[in-house]
Design a protein. Structure first.
Lengths: 353, 271
């Protein structure tokens, strides 16, 4: 759908082009929503497989997986742990762009990277606590708590220093990673820490608990963004005017960074600490290239995020490659296509403000 | 400063009859002995002034004189170090009805030039203070349509803000304020980077809105525009040099005094 088509056409034709575009987007969003719901369904079924009705459904799911393996000639879909990973990936593809669409346009793209490094310190701390105390606590829960504390810390720093300067963010990023490396290196004497999976992302890292956590967090994020979309949009677009309109700007800003921490912790299982920020930023950058409204940007971001995850999984499974790198490379390929589709009229998103 | 030009516009001030008519007691904004500093740098010192319902107040002063800071104090974006601010006859921190104030900030402080937001989406934001977390209803949609009609941007509704000219974009911000049914409109140098013709149309629009009873506070670096359009002028350079109707301002030496004092100009912050 090029701009030339709409300028040449009459008013009616532009209207129908817009309608067609809208239908394509809404069906993309609907398919994504169905897929995400099915994945949450799988996670719940796996949880409840010992119950009578759920057990039957779960058996049906397993045989569907075997059927898919037979059809594709793979050895993937018959394994429940692969479904856990895929469920996590699909949910990341929904929630990361949903939060990212506000972060990118607030010029806060790097905050995701920062919170990932904070969460990495959390994972390292979790390993250490587990090793020292012998308590088998879930690592991701500890990472989530540390990530949220880090998010509030960044928020506190930016409120008290120059408004949204990137200096506090850079300090937090390197500082928490430094702490993480210290903990890892200290803990290596105590346990054989397998932290690489969290650094680079690995389908095998996703645990049953991790997938359940991701499912729960995704519901929280989607509900929170849906409920505060208007306020987030206003604050992102014109923070001063939003303040004058008596919106609780500090409250919504805090909510946004906490949601970011939540998404980052869920996403780092599959994407890895280093790459997790890409899912917050790249699909949104692609969508912003070609979108004709903010709502459309949001829809397209989620659709592009989902395509990146599915495409990345295909590459990772087909080539036996790490999932994180595969997903990010596919996402960037989509971004470049979007740039090409917008006729190379690269509208800088954050070059000037 | 172009004092000749001000002298030339003497007597052309809008609504000169306002000068003789007694002020009705219906204050929208009341500042009393307000002082505000950024750290050690005093931006506004001991300013007291009252803006009444239906006023069109022009806020003038040299660069870095604290105009924007004063406007931010009026709107509650800054809290004064000393003194009190009342808005709509209530202490500023108790004002909770954000829909009554329409604010058009300096172009540089919002994302109109970069973010993919349509004109309709921008104007719709004016209703957010009304609906909270609820959905927009029929009345909201009507207010949005009326606001776009009033400023003449109906045909631009589906265009992206970042594709508009400066003048069109500022009209969209005005429409956002009108959609919220604001009775106070605060504008901070709204026509920077807007071509002359669109500027005239823009100020004619402000005149019309003022005639309809909307109170306007306008920061403008072009003194001629202020003396032509505003019925009251506040001239500041950290301290208030003059506040009164436009005629008395033109006759006073406030402008020369305020601009002559630029030797002690404070550094101007844009938070």
């Amino acid at each position: 759908m090029s701009g030339g088509e709409s300028t040449a056409a009459s008013g009616d034709a532009t209207g129908s082009t817009r309608d067609r575009r809208r239908i394509v987007e809404l069906s993309g969003v609907a398919v994504t929503a169905l897929l995400a719901a099915a994945m949450i369904g799988f996670v719940l079924l796996y949880w409840a497989q010992d119950l009578p009705v759920a057990g039957g459904l779960y058996a049906g799911f397993r045989s569907l997986g075997r059927g898919m393996d037979a059809a594709f000639g793979t050895n993937v879909f018959r394994h429940p742990f692969m479904w856990q990973s895929m469920a996590t990936g699909v949910l990341i593809g929904v929630v990361a762009p949903l939060v990212g669409v506000f972060l990118v346009h607030r010029e806060m793209a790097l905050i995701g990277e920062t919170l990932a490094h904070t969460a990495f310190a959390g994972v390292a701390l979790g390993f250490l606590v587990n090793a020292v105390t012998g308590w088998d606590g879930p690592l991701l829960l500890i990472a989530l708590v540390v990530g949220i504390v880090g998010a509030l810390g960044v928020q506190w720093l930016t409120e008290r220093t120059d408004a949204y300067g990137d200096v506090p963010i850079a300090i937090m990023l390197s500082g928490s990673f430094a702490v993480g490396t210290l903990i890892v290196s200290y803990g290596r004497g105590l346990t054989g820490i397998a932290i690489e999976g969290y650094l680079f992302g690995n389908l095998g890292v996703v645990t049953v608990e991790g997938a359940r956590l991701m499912a729960g967090l995704s519901v929280v994020v989607v509900v929170a963004v849906a409920a505060t979309y208007k306020q987030m949009l206003f604050i992102t677009f014109d923070e001063q005017a939003a303040r004058v309109a008596q919106l609780n700007v500090t409250g919504y800003n805090t909510l946004l960074v906490v949601l970011t921490a939540v998404v980052v912790v869920g996403a780092m299982q599959v994407l890895g600490v280093i790459l997790v920020a890409a899912m917050l930023v790249v699909p949104v950058a692609a969508a912003s290239q070609i979108a004709r409204s903010f709502r459309e940007t949001t829809y397209l971001s989620v659709i592009f995020g989902q395509l990146s995850v599915i495409g990345g999984f295909a590459v990772a499974i087909g080539g036996e490659l790490p999932s994180g790198g595969s997903i990010v490379v596919v996402a960037i390929a989509i971004y470049l296509l979007a740039v090409a589709a917008s006729g190379f009229s690269v509208r800088a998103i954050s070059a000037h403000g | 400063m172009d004092v000749d030009r001000i002298a030339a516009s003497n007597g052309r001030a809008k609504r000169p009859e306002d000068g003789s008519s007694p002020h009705t007691v219906d204050p929208v904004i009341e500042l009393e002995d307000v002082t505000f500093a950024y750290g050690d740098t005093v931006a506004v010192r001991d300013v007291s002034l009252t803006v009444e319902a239906g006023d069109f107040l022009g806020l003038v002063g040299p660069n870095g004189s604290g105009k924007t800071t004063l406007l931010h104090l009026m709107l509650g974006l800054h809290t004064p170090d000393e003194g009190t601010v009342r808005l709509f006859d209530r202490p500023i921190d108790e004002v909770d009805d954000g829909s009554r104030i329409g604010y058009v900030s300096q172009q540089a402080t919002n994302r109109g030039g970069t973010m993919p937001v349509t004109v309709r989406e921008c104007v719709t934001m004016g209703r957010f203070a009304h609906v909270g977390h609820g959905r927009l209803g029929e009345a909201d949609r009507r207010a949005i349509a009326n606001a776009m009609e009033t400023v003449g941007i109906v045909d631009l509704a589906d265009r992206l803000m970042n594709q508009l000219s400066g003048g069109q974009r500022q009209r969209a911000y005005i429409a956002r304020a009108l959609a919220s049914e604001a009775d106070l409109l605060a504008l901070d140098e709204p026509t920077v980077g807007v071509d002359a013709e669109s500027r005239d149309a823009f100020y004619a629009l402000l005149d019309r809105l003022n005639d309809d009873g909307i109170t306007i506070v306008l920061i403008e670096h072009d003194i001629g525009v202020v003396t032509d359009r505003a019925d009251h002028v506040a001239c500041i350079n950290t301290e208030l040099y003059h506040h009164g109707d436009t005629e008395s301002f033109v006759e006073s030496d406030a402008l020369a005094d305020a601009y002559g004092a630029t030797g002690q100009v404070v550094h101007h912050h844009h938070p």
